[in-house]
Every structure is written in structure tokens, then in C-alpha cells.
Design a protein around this ligand. Structure first.
Ligand code: ADP
Length: 293
């Protein structure tokens, strides 16, 4: 069983030929509204990849919260312990121009009320095989969840996205760190991703490299570039979420980590070749079909 403790948002996406300047209004064309947030996306990714998955976090008491929860349930995610906080759900207001460039405001809303883990939430974490967190919820909540995992013998994957400073107490709890190149350089303060510097902080690292696949390294001296599955990329939004969700599932099933990373690459590629964010998260059959091709 996988447990994700993280964010859930409603993404409101408006498309226009060009982005408005400050103070300006431009007339756009399409509009898409879809549940998102790295936590919810990774929970959906894990459930679609074939695990039982529980989502911990907070939605608001508004209509967006109802829609987000329904989407999680429809994807097979257990929301029994998902909190509903009085007020707004997390919302991402996204503007996209004709070239695909975007500007985004994320209003965390209910995600910032996810604090002080309950006994029931702690138990869910302790009884799971793998805990996955990202960094769109308060840092103290990530730390509390990580400690609950550590105490319960649950493996902890931190997807350090978006990047922020990692407290020493948190670093001690991480079994596997998943970062893209931007996050890797932000953590080590180096111009290029530096795996030895990351391994000085945590025992195992996966660095995702977009269309170049990913790189695995650990303190036992294993280091391997795991090539991507070539696909015609339509939209890489949520590829990282598909990757992390699938990686948690494969590791939770007891696969060797390098094999798990390879399978997660297939999940990221299957997501990237399909347009849309959470709607493009692949099923286990989609992942296996690409993996065994
Ligand atoms: P993020 O979205 O977090 O920056 P990446 O872009 O590195 O994450 O994508 C995560 C994983 O998804 C990659 O490690 C890779 O395996 C897969 N992936 C992403 N984009 C592509 C692509 N264009 N072709 C094939 N695989 C991809």
C-alpha cells in the first residue's frame, strides 16, 4: 500500500495567443479546469499504476473540493482520511500562450491547513509500504509524516518539488530523494546536478532528466543512467508525477530500485505522449505495454 501526504488543487487553465502584461486584459480562447496539485497527481498516478493508495491532505469546503475528491475516488484513490477545511481549496490559476509558455499563480488555500497529523493519519502512514511527499504542504507536516514513516518502518520517498531548503531533521528521514535537474541544483547550490553532493545528504537519489530518462545513485556505490522510452511527446506536464507515483508502486512491490526506475521511466513517457496533466496519468496496462515493447 502507498500513502501520499500532499497537495490537492484545482487547476484553472486559460489559453491566449500571448500572456497579458501587468494591468492588461487579453481575449483568450480555450479554458480547461482539472484537479491537480503534485500530491493528488502522484496519488492518482500510484492508484492507476496498480497500487492501493491513500491520499492524506486537505481540500476546501468549496465546490472545487467536491470535484477534487470525486476525481480522486474515480481514479481509485482512498480519500477516507482526506480532510475538508472550511474555506477555499488550493487553486492554480494558469495562463498559457500560443507557444506553450505559461505564468502561474498557486493559491495554497486548504493545503496550508494540513498540519498536526491525527492518530488515524499517523496509523495509515505506519501501516503503508511507502510514503510519498512533495513540498506543496507546510514543511512541518512533511517532517511529521516522514517521522511517522520512519517510526513505522515505512519507506519514505521525498519528491523535493518545488525546491526549498531541506531541514537536517528531514534529510535524516529520507530513504529515496526524487528530483529533476532544477531541484537538484537548488538543493546543492551547484550550477549542475551533483550526485555525490546529494548522496552526502540522503542514501539514494533519482535524478529525472526529461526526454533523457533518469539517473539512479546510492551510497552502496551503484550509479546508473536509465534511458528514457522514446515517445512522441505531446505534453510533459505531470510526467514527473507519473514517474514518482509509479516508482513508489514498483518499489513497494519489492522490485530492485533500478528496475523500478526503468518502469517509472515508462510511466513518465506514457504520460508525456498524451496531452493533459492529471488526465494523462497512465494505467498499469499503459505502462507495461511501453515497458515491454
Ligand atoms: P519534471 O516534470 O518533474 O521536470 P521530467 O521532465 O524529468 O520531470 O520527467 C520525469 C520522467 O518522465 C523522466 O525521467 C522520463 O523518464 C519521463 N519523460 C519526461 N518527458 C519525456 C519525454 N519527452 N520522452 C520520454 N520520457 C519522458
Amino acid at each position: 500500500r502507498i500513502v501520499v501526504a500532499g497537495s490537492a488543487n484545482m487547476d484553472l487553465v486559460g489559453f491566449a495567443e500571448r500572456l497579458p502584461r501587468p494591468g492588461e486584459t487579453v481575449l483568450g480562447h480555450d479554458f480547461v479546469m482539472a484537479p491537480g496539485g503534485k500530491g493528488a497527481n502522484q496519488a492518482i498516478a500510484a492508484a492507476r499504476a496498480g497500487a492501493s493508495c491513500t491520499m492524506l491532505g486537505a481540500i476546501g469546503s468549496d465546490a472545487f473540493g467536491v470535484t477534487i475528491k470525486a476525481r480522486l475516488n474515480a481514479s481509485g484513490v482512498d480519500t477516507e482520511h482526506l480532510r475538508t477545511s472550511y474555506g477555499s481549496s488550493g487553486v492554480a490559476v494558469i495562463m498559457v500562450d500560443g507557444g506553450g509558455e505559461n505564468s502561474i499563480i498557486v493559491s495554497p488555500g486548504a493545503n496550508n491547513t494540513f498540519a498536526g497529523l491525527s492518530a488515524a493519519e499517523t496509523t495509515v502512514i505506519a501501516e503503508s509500504d511507502v510514503l510519498v511527499c512533495q513540498q506543496e504542504i507546510p514543511p512541518d507536516t512533511v517532517l511529521a509524516a516522514a517521522r511517522a514513516a520512519h517510526a513505522g518502518g515505512t519507506r519514505f520517498i521525498l519528491n523535493a518539488a518545488p525546491a526549498r531548503d531541506l531541514a537536517p531533521e528531514l534529510l535524516e528521514t529520507i530513504d529515496l530523494l526524487v528530483v529533476n535537474e532544477g531541484e537538484a541544483t537548488a538543493i546543492t547550490g551547484t550550477p549542475e546536478p551533483d550526485l555525490p553532493a546529494l548522496l552526502a545528504l540522503v542514501p539514494r537519489v533519482v535524478l529525472t532528466l526529461g526526454a533523457n530518462g533518469s539517473r539512479y545513485a546510492d551510497r552502496d556505490g551503484r550509479e546508473e543512467h536509465v534511458p528514457a522510452f522514446p515517445v512522441e511527446a505531446a505534453d510533459s506536464t505531470a510526467a514527473g508525477d507519473a514517474f514518482t507515483g509509479a516508482l513508489a508502486v514498483a518499489w513497494g512491490e519489492g522490485r530492485d530500485l533500478i528496475a523500478a526506475v526503468r518502469w517509472a521511466n515508462a510511466a513518465g513517457a506514457a504520460c508525456a505522449r498524451t496531452a493533459g496533466a492529471s488526465a494523462s496519468l497512465p494505467s498499469r496496462a499503459d505502462i507495461d505495454a511501453l515497458y515491454s515493447r
